[in-house]
Design a protein around this ligand. Structure first.
Ligand code: FAD
Ligand code: DLZ
Ligand code: SF4
Length: 516
């Protein structure tokens, strides 16, 4: 009896649950390069190269281990371009009597998979993805028993459950969270070591040629492709991060510096999301570095919180809130995506730099995504689906399960605050404090209104005034309305007029698009 084990492009883990307990002699692994997956949004070219190259390397590693792998290339004759079409063909090629597959990361693909049993009329076992530390069911149980779904409470449970940075029943060092120590802007002491790059090998070069040929008009440049494409490379990237950048990770976690794209960040999300690195192992490594006194507690805790806290919480929220989350638009934002999100052509130096990094690296770090790109879209009222699609296209680590709650919930407050207790709206003052962007900008961050004033300043107030009814009752933000009410009438009018003039001159996207 042949068991067919489809392994999806983001399931590239040797210990994937679908292979556990399978006999090599009676198992065929199916891996598929698919037109539908490559084009459901017009992914950044680096993401396509990353996924296809990592898939090809993984298939070769499985074959070296003695597994039979049926690998369908994008240009192979007869490739139907869809998961269902390729599984159907493989069932007949291998006379398969059973399918074992790990659940899909995305709603869209999970829906397809749930129809396989009826479509193919054979046994289909869909297994939980145990690379996540919290199952969907555990998350639902946690979420259903609460009014407020605070990440911090979830995180504490995950710390207790994993035992990471615990001292008996108490958090290591006496505090759960050292975020207050993690808010330095860029400074003269900051000297980030370079992130290791992995120049394309023969396999990757072949994929680069394929992507240029078939997806040459997608967003982004391939010139600086440097992502790990194998588990071995990802392990090396992790070693270097723990040794060289983790010690300062906490301190400069929220800092931004012009032209410095990586700072002290891990650059590990692409590897973790593909399955090249195990998230729990990554956290254990960070903990070990702390216990060996190689990194301070604020760095190890801050980093571990991102993974067992934020990453797990975001994934849980995705499944808990779907499918409504994709349509959510609590602020009734209707503006089209501005043109410069595709071109980077704007005088706003912060946005121009974040978009340049996005185009060149298929990456921007968290604060750039949240407080520059997300914040601008929030305060100008960009339609959530326009921004969701853009974020899904442009980042090499983007999969809907992680992109959507971050964009819709965290950045845009489109879910009415179920994920973020207050909107992450900020004026130029925040960006100036956390970056060196403003010093070289054509706009003056100190000016509040007028042609050369930082646009974030008036847009911030315009946003708060537009949504006063909603936010006045929010304890975490309502104090700002006191400040607004105390301002001179003429000053308030100038703010609103500046913002209106700016918005009237904000061209919508015409040169780029997220979907075919
Ligand atoms: P580091 O800053 O070094 O953090 C370490 C790890 O923590 C990351 O590798 C990642 O696995 C995890 N992590 C940190 N924050 C988050 C978070 N909010 N959600 C999930 N995991 C987190 N991350 C993605 O992987 N894919 C996305 O599509 C994505 N879209 C985002 C969109 C917005 C609007 C925002 C605000 C954040 C988004 N993030 C996304 C989260 C975060 O920005 C990236 O995980 C991070 O920038 C990846 O770089 P890094 O590995 O250097 O992360
Ligand atoms: C992201 C992606 C891309 C671009 N291409 C493929 C592919 O050709 N074959 C494949 O198996 N997976 C691909 N993926 C990842 C899938 O989209 C991913 O498995 C889902 O997003 C998770 O449900
Ligand atoms: Fe951005 Fe305003 Fe600073 Fe310019 S002045 S970099 S627009 S925050």
């Amino acid at each position: 009896m042949t068991t067919l084990v489809p392994i999806l492009g983001d399931q590239l883990s040797r210990n994937i649950a679908s292979l556990a307990g399978c006999e090599k002699a009676s198992t065929t692994i199916l891996m598929m390069e698919l037109w539908d997956e490559a084009t459901y949004v017009r992914h950044h070219k680096q993401k396509l190269v990353l996924v296809f190259s990592a898939m090809r390397h993984f298939a070769a590693a499985l074959e070296d281990d003695g597994w039979s792998v049926d690998y369908i290339r994008l240009d192979d004759d007869g490739n139907t371009g869809s998961f269902t079409g390729e599984v159907k063909r493989a069932i007949s090629r291998h006379q398969a009597e059973r399918i074992r597959v790990v659940e899909a990361g995305e709603w869209r693909v999970a829906e397809m998979m749930s129809a396989w049993k009826e479509t193919f009329q054979i046994r289909v076992d869909i297994l939980p993805d145990d690379r996540f530390l919290c199952t969907k069911e555990e998350f639902y149980t946690w979420a259903q028993s609460r009014d407020r779904l605070l990440m911090e409470n979830f995180y504490r449970e995950m710390r207790r459950r994993t035992g990471l940075l615990m001292d008996g029943g108490e958090p290591e060092g006496g505090q759960w969270n050292y975020d207050k120590e993690n808010r330095a802007g860029p400074d003269m002491f900051m000297a980030p070591p370079p992130v290791p790059g992995f120049p394309p090998d023969k396999v990757t070069r072949e994929v680069v040629a394929l992507v240029e040929r078939r997806f040459g008009d997608h967003f982004g440049s391939l010139d600086r492709f440097r992502w790990p494409v194998t588990a071995k490379q990802a392990a090396k990237a992790l070693d270097k991060f723990i040794a060289e950048r983790l010690p300062e990770f906490g301190t400069y976690q929220d800092a931004m510096a012009h032209g410095q794209d990586d700072l002290f960040h891990a650059l590990l999300s692409t590897s973790i999301n593909l399955g090249l690195l195990d998230p729990l192992e990554v956290c254990r490594r960070a903990e070990r570095a702390y216990r060996e006194r190689k990194v301070p507690l604020n760095a190890a805790e801050g980093f571990i919180r991102q993974i067992i806290g934020w990453r797990e919480y975001i994934r849980g929220m995705y499944w808990f809130e779907m499918p409504e989350l994709r349509e959510a638009n609590a602020l009734n934002a209707q503006r089209p995506l501005p043109e410069f999100y595709w071109t980077g052509e704007t005088d706003m130096r912060c946005l121009a730099d974040c978009i340049r990094s996005t185009r060149e690296n298929a990456h921007a770090h968290h604060i750039q995504r949240l407080m520059v790109l997300g914040n601008f879209a929030l305060i100008t009222g960009v339609h959530p689906q326009e921004l969701q699609d853009w974020f899904l296209v442009v980042y090499a680590d983007a999969y809907e399960w992680v992109e959507l709650p971050n964009v819709s919930g965290m950045a845009l407050w489109a879910d009415q605050g179920r994920l973020a207790s207050k909107p992450y709206a900020a004026s130029g003052n925040y960006i100036n404090r956390m970056s060196d962007y403003c010093s070289g900008c054509r706009y003056d961050v100190g000016k509040k209104t007028g042609d050369d004033a930082c646009p974030f300043n008036s847009l911030y107030w315009h946003f708060l005034v537009r949504h006063r009814k909603l936010f006045e009752g929010n304890m975490r933000i309502n104090r700002v309305y006191g400040t607004w009410d105390k301002m001179d009438q003429s000053k308030r009018e100038a703010y609103l007029e500046s913002a209106e003039t700016f918005l009237a001159n904000l061209p919508p996207a015409t040169s780029g698009r997220a979907r075919n």
